[in-house]
Every structure is written in C-alpha cells, then in structure tokens.
Design a protein around this ligand. Structure first.
Ligand code: DMJ
Length: 604
C-alpha cells in the first residue's frame, strides 16, 4: 500500500508529465497533443488506482478506505483536467479552422466598431439627412445641376475608348489597347452590349443605332462556348434589358430573353439546383471552377434577381423570377455563424459552406448589393429582400467594420477573425449603404447609415489619393503606418466612382464631385493609350507600366457613373431607376406588375 506522501508525489509526477508534454509538442500538434494528454491522464488515474493492489483478503480496513479516498481525489482531478482540456480543444479547433489574423497594431481597433463607437446609441454626432427623413421620394435639392465642361471631357474619354474598340474589335468581346488586338471570353460582343446604354445616355445615338443593327443581325444567342453564367447575366442580359427600356426597341428584349433562357441551363447541373459557374449555351454542358475546389461562388449564384425579375415583368414568363427566388430562398435558409453574412464558397452537392471567408469584395459583393436592389426594383413589395439586407447591414456594423489611423474600413473575414485587407471592389459599399439610407430601408437608422457610408467613402477616395499616380491599387492593407498598397495594379474599376455618384446625388456635397473629377483626371492621364483607348496600369506608383487590357466595365460602368455625376439629377433619376451591378439602369417595377409576379411565384 502507498502512503499519502506517495500519492502526493504521484500527483506531482502526473502534473510534471503533462507540463512536459505540453512544452514539447503543444505548438506543433495542438489538437493531437490535447487528445493525448486527456488519454494519458485517464490512464494514469486507473493505473494509480489498481497497480500492485494486494489481494482483498489481505487488505486492512484502513488501507481500503485510504485507497477509495485517493481514487476519488484522483478521479476528481482527472475530471477537472478533462473539462479544461475539452474547452481548450474546442478553442484550438476553431483557431485551426480559421487562421488568426496578425496581432493588431496599437492604433487599430480590434473590437467591432459598434463596441467602440456606438452608432446605435448616437454617441457619434450624425449629420442630418439632407433629403428629409426615412422615406426618400427621390426628390433632391437642385443645388448641383449639370457641369457641361466636365461632361464633355468624360464623353471625350468614352468616345476614344469606343472608337478604338469599334476600329479594331467591333462585335468581339474586348479590345487589347496596347497590341490593338481582340480577346473573346463571353463570345457575345461583350464591350458592344455593355456599352449600349452609355451610348444612349451620352447622346451618341448614331453609334447606338449602328450597334443595335449588330445586335439584331449578328449577336449569337447560343455560342458553342463555355461562358460565365454570372458575367453573361449581369453584362449581356443586363445591358440588353437596359437598352430595351431606354430605346423601347423590342429586339433587345428578344435577344435578352433567348440568351438568359440558354444561360439558365446552368440551374440543371447541380444537385442543389443552384447555377454552375460556366455553361455552354449551345450544348447546355456546365462546369465548376477548379480553383474553388469545384465549389459554387456566392456572388456568382446570387446575382441575378434584378435581371430575372425584369425578364419576368416584360415577357410574363415566370420561370426567370422563379430561378431568382430559388437562389434567394436557398441562401436565406443557410445556417451561418453570423446572420446576414454568407460564406463565399458553397458545396454544389450538399449546399454546405466550403469556406469560412466572408467578403464584400471578390466572391461576395454583388449578392449583398442585389438584396437592397431587388427590394427597390420590386417597388418595396418583397419584405424578405429588405429583411435580409438589413440583417447584413447590422452584421457589418457589429462584426466587420474596423478603424485604423482614424479611418474606417471593411475588411475580409476568415471565420470569426477579420483580416486587415480591403479590396477596391468593396468600394461600391458606400454608395449602396447611402442609397439604402436615402430610401429608408433601415427604419430609424438612416442618419447613422449615411454617416457610415460617408466615412467609408472617405477611405475609398483616400485609396486614390495615396498613390503617386492618384489611381487606387486593387487592394490595400491597414497597418501601423496606416493604409498601404497590397495589390499594385489599377484595373479601370468603377466601384469608387459608383459610390461617389450615389453620394453626390444623395447629399449634393461638392466634395464628392471634386473627388470624382480628381479620379477621372488620374484615370485619363495615366491609362490613356493615344488614339486607341485606355489600359490597366500594373503599378499605381509607376503608371508607365501598362497591361494590355480594357475591360468592358470601363465603358459600361466607370465612365457612365462619372458622366452621371456631372449630369443633372433628372437624367436617370434614382427614384425611377435601379442600376444593376454592371451599371445598367432598369426601371423600378410598378406595384401592380410586381404583384402579378409575386402571385405567380407563391401560387396565389
Ligand atoms: C463589375 O463587372 C461588376 O460591378 C461586378 O459586380 C464586380 N465588379 C466588376 C468591376 O470591377
């Protein structure tokens, strides 16, 4: 029989053993080490209790009592240890699943903004809403008016790019401005279709009518090629629908309907009924991208409600709206760690998230955008869209907005941890939040939302101001030194000028027009390829290095939003139109027509 001193010695030995184990393997194999420690602890308890036990017949009463007491003490200690290890294990698992962000620099708020600067409790002074209240009727203060000089300069840049495209690549997808060659990836005259409504808005009617003839006679509606379901929907269907509404010519609607019907074959190819990434418009063969591990991408499956609702309104064919509703319902019922924030990647087989990344940039952005825009397009008829948008807005405020050197930003999240990266793509958010605030989507909180939008807008403008060329890098990182360049290239993207357009229309603060003008000049100065168009810049601090690419959104979005910023508010007024994610303006659906769609969807 062992003495009490022996038992204490043994407990110490167990303790020493555990510490030693922790120190040797802890940081290399955290999860395995914790499991091993639990197993060893349990084993030791039982060995201690039974090893070398004398025959019961030879035990004295005192020895038996002592043994039972020791056993119960050891059991208790083991239980305590197991519990604490179980907790650590759960914690370690969570950390392994989402890599920790680097330790926060001193000046960066690592708590959610709502805990630091509580918008809800009105700790911060909020500016009065210039438009007078929660329900915006689209009327605005007429303090701006049009600025003919700036409009002419922007139209000049558009004419240059359209001229180069027309001369070298008419009817093909994109112009490569440095080599003056063409590239095709959607195989449907992408730049031409994407530019139709800009031609109309800028008053280039001859060019518009020539392009219309190409659409009527030459646009292929079922090319034997794999094309992106998402890009074709937002650029081709969206562009054709907008051209239809602006000009009233039915040929655009006819082509949009045929193309989207072919694209919608993408819904047949996954077990869960969500659209695949790429679809051959002739054969209907679909595929998923290898780089996502064959997962579905949130923004790719979730950005079609605006175009689909429009098609159903105009054609009375409800299958379009049905597809959109299917996607929204699927994502609405998805279980996510934070309500309103959705995973970027989803399994096409079982519909479960395959990534814990949450982003308002690549892979996420336009899904969130369409929640608000579908609600507006439906003339506020679908509460679900509004509810989901407000959930997202609340989740951003509580979980995602960070502050660095006095500037707020909206980084990517990995699991429950936020990174310090923000993409240029995210810069559509100030405009979206401002639009929602002007429309009173978040009842009683319009003023705090507008303030959030304006602060984030400042950050996006600063992304341009920080570089030598005054062009924004494709992404930035927030560090001790403040904002620093992450991805150096400028890709003619629209998001910041898109937001400036909304902020200008909603607040009429001159600083938004000034920023838009500064950015336009930087774009035209640094990206211009004489006599041909504009090209991406490889390094915003050395704009002489260019990339041989001019994406269609340069003409569809960037130059259109810049132009409208200096136009009168009555040109594409925001009370009448909703812009799809490729800047194609589409009229809000009148209440009665929306009711027809809804009753068909819900079988009423
Ligand atoms: C555009 O094609 C669309 O705005 C899309 O939603 C994401 N961004 C690109 C341009 O940057």
């Amino acid at each position: 029989p062992r003495s009490t001193a022996g038992s204490a010695g043994m407990r110490k030995a167990i303790h020493r053993r555990i510490i030693a184990l922790r120190n040797t393997v802890w940081y290399r194999h955290r999860v395995a080490a914790r499991l091993a420690v639990v197993a060893v602890a349990v084993l030791v308890v039982y060995v201690a209790a039974f090893r070398g036990s004398p025959e019961p017949s030879r035990r004295t009463r005192a020895q038996i009592v002592d043994r039972v007491q020791r056993l119960s003490r050891l059991n208790k200690a083991a239980r305590k240890l197991t519990n604490s290890l179980r907790k650590s294990l759960a914690h370690a698992k969570a950390r392994l699943a989402s890599p920790p962000s680097p330790s926060p620099p001193d000046d960066v708020i690592s708590q959610p903004l709502s805990q630091q600067e509580n918008f809800r409790q009105g700790v911060l002074p909020v500016p009065p809403l210039p438009l007078g209240g929660d329900r915006w009727d689209g009327r605005v203060n007429k303090v701006g008016g049009r600025d003919p000089e700036k409009l002419e300069a922007i139209r000049g840049a558009f004419r240059l790019a359209w001229g180069g495209y027309s001369k070298y690549c008419y009817g093909e997808d994109e112009l490569r401005p440095l080599s003056r060659t063409c590239s095709n990836w959607v195989h449907m005259g992408l730049t031409l279709i994407d530019s139709l409504d800009t031609l109309w808005i800028m008053g280039l009617k001859d060019e518009f009518h020539k392009a219309k003839r190409w659409v009527a006679n030459e646009l292929p509606v079922a090319p034997n090629e794999k094309v992106s379901f998402f890009e074709s929907t937002i650029r081709v269907t969206g562009g054709l629908l907008s051209a239809y509404e602006l000009s009233g010519d039915p040929v655009f609607l006819e082509k949009a309907t045929q193309i989207q019907a072919n694209l919608d074959q993408a819904f047949q190819d996954t077990e869960i009924g969500m659209p695949v990434s790429e679809i051959n418009l002739k054969t209907g063969e679909g595929s998923l991208p290898g780089w996502t591990g064959k997962s579905l991408i949130l923004s790719e499956i979730g950005t079609n409600a605006v175009e689909m609702l429009k098609l159903s309104q105009h054609t009375k064919k409800m299958e379009f709206a049905n597809y959109a509703e299917r996607v929204i319902d699927f994502l609405d019922q998805l279980e996510t760690p934070v309500k309103g924030l959705y995973p970027s990647l989803i399994s096409p087989k079982n519909g479960r998230p395959t990534s814990r990344r949450v982003s308002f940039g690549g892979m996420g952005d336009s899904w969130y955008e369409y929640l608000l825009k579908s609600w507006l397009l439906s003339s506020r008829q679908v509460d679900k869209y509004k509810r989901m948008y407000v959930e997202t807005l609340q989740a951003i405020k509580t979980n995602m907005i960070k502050k660095s050197n006095g500037r707020i930003y909206l980084p990517t999240m990995e699991g429950t941890f936020t990174t310090r990266l923000m993409e240029h793509l995210v810069c559509f958010m100030p405009g979206l939040i401002a639009l929602g605030s002007a429309e009173g989507v978040n009842q009683g909180r319009s003023a705090e939302d507008l303030r959030l939008a304006e602060e984030l807008m400042d950050t996006c403008v600063e992304m341009y101001d920080m570089s030598e060329s005054k062009l924004a890098p494709d992404s930035v990182r927030f560090s001790n030194q403040g904002m620093v360049i992450d991805k150096r290239e400028f890709r003619l993207r629209p998001e910041t000028v898109e937001s400036l357009f909304y902020l200008w229309r909603i607040t009429h603060k001159q600083k938004y027009r000034d920023a838009a003008w500064m950015i336009f000049q930087a774009m035209d100065r640094n990206c211009r390829v004489a006599g041909v168009g504009h090209a991406n810049v490889k390094d915003v601090n050395d704009p002489s290095q260019k990339e041989d690419r001019m994406e269609s959104f340069w003409l569809a979005e960037t130059l259109k939003y810049l132009f409208l910023t200096f136009e009168d508010d009555s040109v594409i007024p925001l009370n009448k139109y909703v812009f799809n994610t490729e800047a194609h303006p589409l009229e809000k659906i009148p209440e009665q027509e929306m009711q027809v769609i809804l009753s068909s969807l819900h079988g009423a």
